[in-house]
Design a protein around this ligand. Structure first.
Ligand code: FSO
Ligand code: SF4
Length: 535
């Protein structure tokens, strides 16, 4: 196998993914990507004509989402996606659409899993080793990983009924182009187009979430628990959580969030459920320890799942595009097996009171106090804003982000989002004239909200975003973060500090372009970076 799509890669992962992905599954995911390229060639034309069945759009984003880091480790599930991609391609072909065919247009999947894996080895060569130029390869990979991130956002939005053909059109175009010869400029443009498309996908998701569940409102979330039966929900999917809350109502079960589900407590239409109690645990990479101690059932709605330990393998469930071999998958959103499991298990023996954390500072809440914030900036009471956000992970270098927040001066405000916040989410940072110094904007899926806050501030101060007293201190791990990064580049945002290490798929020349044009910098030490930013 050859995989270097995430931050924890062994650069590349070749024998077994650091994430736990087996070589066979990795090859099948490569084959799926290849099959999707063949499908895209036809879907692209059919969409242009306005004749494409929406099932192809939905299928494509789900299939791409399944190849994102820490989503689907189940070879059987990936195999089914491959067959379905080819079926859909043949269906479109049968309509007589004229296309300029590529090899992938005629790919025939083998019958056995073993043979498919062999075909996957070939697909891997095509995807990662058949290039003349490492810079074009680098840009193609940035595009592919962004597509996976865009697909994740588009899938979440579509689940709640928000779609836009421009997003699908780009996905098909990029997948199709990957098999053709584009020069460096072509691929540089493609990366920026990915950023533009991702902005649209995130906008759709923001509209979907706030349209259905209301705008998040500042909310205190308990980190303790209540005596009684329990289910913990992880991942990112608000709809799954809503369905589970409805199905558990009146059953004597408390529902808790884990990881990226924490911000769900701030949505009016979710927080209204009395048995939606609090937050359990921290970020994804701590799940083995935390789930082992949780006395109830566990539901994974999206990334990031890691190898379930035997101690909880029989009480963890997956749904949506998530999969782990041998773990019970809920297909139809009937969560009865999860509920029955929770009722069988002991639950928490007694209440545990503990501190609370504040969530719900998404764009509507923050912009609601914009006048006050602007006043405080003008009065010199707020000197600077930092957006300390992004993914968490296991590497020791990630303590930089905790230290950064601890050392940020008292007259600065920290905006945060995504699972990286668990390194400091329960710190008491105080407030500045009633404005909390730590503002949780939401999930990584809410990056759109943070962008809107920055754009509104730049309008209020009548300066460009790059001239605002705002610095972006980002941590990345997987492909949603890659997509967000391309969006920031598309918006012309400069001086981003990125860590804990730079992506392995960015070639030295591509990095130079990013540094020269956008002044992207790797994180240094907290003291050096703070000194450089604040002068
Ligand atoms: Fe974290 Fe995982 Fe949300 Fe990522 S849970 S690391 S960017 O997949 O999705 O922030
Ligand atoms: Fe390695 Fe990351 Fe790929 Fe997993 S997703 S195999 S850890 S590069």
């Amino acid at each position: 196998m050859f995989c270097r799509q995430c931050e924890q890669t062994a650069n590349p992962c070749t024998k077994l993914g650091v994430c736990g992905k087996q070589p066979d599954t990795a090859y099948l995911q490569d084959l799926l990507t290849y099959a999707l390229q063949g499908l895209a060639t036809y879907a692209k034309e059919e969409l242009k004509e306005g004749k494409l069945d929406s099932k192809v759009n939905r299928f494509t984003v789900e299939a791409l989402f399944s190849t994102l880091t820490n989503v689907n480790f189940d070879s059987e599930a990936i195999k089914n996606f491959i067959y379905e991609a080819v079926n859909l391609r043949e269906e479109l072909k049968g309509k007589g659409i004229k296309v300029q065919e590529t090899e992938a247009c005629n790919f025939k999947p083998a019958d056995s899993l073993e043979e498919l894996v062999k075909q996957g080895e070939d697909a891997n060569r095509k995807l990662f080793h058949s290039y003349q130029n490492e810079d074009i390869q680098s840009l193609k990979e940035i595009t592919l990983y962004s597509l996976r991130g865009i697909a994740a956002y588009a899938d979440h939005a579509a689940i709640l009924g928000k779609e836009d053909n421009s997003v699908y059109a780009f996905i098909y175009d990029a997948l199709d182009s990957m098999q053709r010869n584009g020069d460096l400029n072509f691929w540089l443009n493609m990366v920026l187009k990915a950023g533009e498309t991702n902005l649209r996908a995130m906008e759709l998701l923001d509209a979907a979430n706030t349209g259905r569940y209301g705008h998040p409102v500042p909310t205190a979330v308990p980190l303790g628990y209540k005596k009684g039966k329990a289910i913990v929900v992880s991942g990112h999917d608000l709809r799954d959580l809503e369905i589970l809350l409805k199905q558990t109502e009146g059953k004597g079960i408390y529902v808790y969030t884990h990881g990226e589900m924490l911000p769900c407590h701030a949505y009016p239409e979710l927080k209204k459920y009395k048995h939606f109690y609090g937050h359990y645990g921290t970020a994804w990479q701590n799940q083995q320890k935390e789930f082992a101690q949780f006395p109830g059932a566990i539901l994974m709605t999206t990334n990031c799942i890691i190898r379930p330990l035997d101690s909880y393998k029989d009480r963890i469930f997956t749904t949506g595009v998530v999969g782990w071999p041998g773990v019970k998958h809920i297909k139809d959103k009937d969560f009865t097996p999860v509920i029955e499991k929770a009722l069988e298990l002991p639950g928490f023996p007694e209440d545990k009171e503990s501190k609370t954390v504040m969530v719900g500072f998404a764009r509507n809440a923050v912009l609601g106090v914009a006048d006050k914030v602007i006043e405080l900036v003008k009065a010199g009471k707020i000197r600077h804003f930092f957006l300390v956000g992004g993914c968490d992970g296991a590497k020791p270098g990630r303590s930089y982000y905790t230290e950064f927040v601890e050392k940020a001066p008292q007259d600065t405000v920290i905006l945060t989002l995504a699972c990286g916040k668990f390194r400091f989410f329960d710190k008491e940072l105080g407030s500045i004239d009633g404005i909390p110094r730590l503002l949780d904007v939401g999930q990584c899926n809410d990056a759109y909200s943070a962008i809107q806050i920055a754009l509104a501030l730049s309008k209020a101060f009548n300066v460009g975003v790059n001239e605002l007293p705002l610095s972006l201190i980002l941590s990345w791990f997987e492909q949603k973060a890659v997509a967000i990064l391309t969006t920031l580049l598309y918006l012309g945002i400069k001086n981003i500090r990125l860590g804990p290490s730079l992506p392995a798929f960015v070639s030295p020349n591509v990095l130079k372009v990013l540094v020269d044009n956008f002044n992207i910098k790797p994180i240094k030490t907290v003291d050096e970076d703070l000194k450089e930013i604040l002068g």
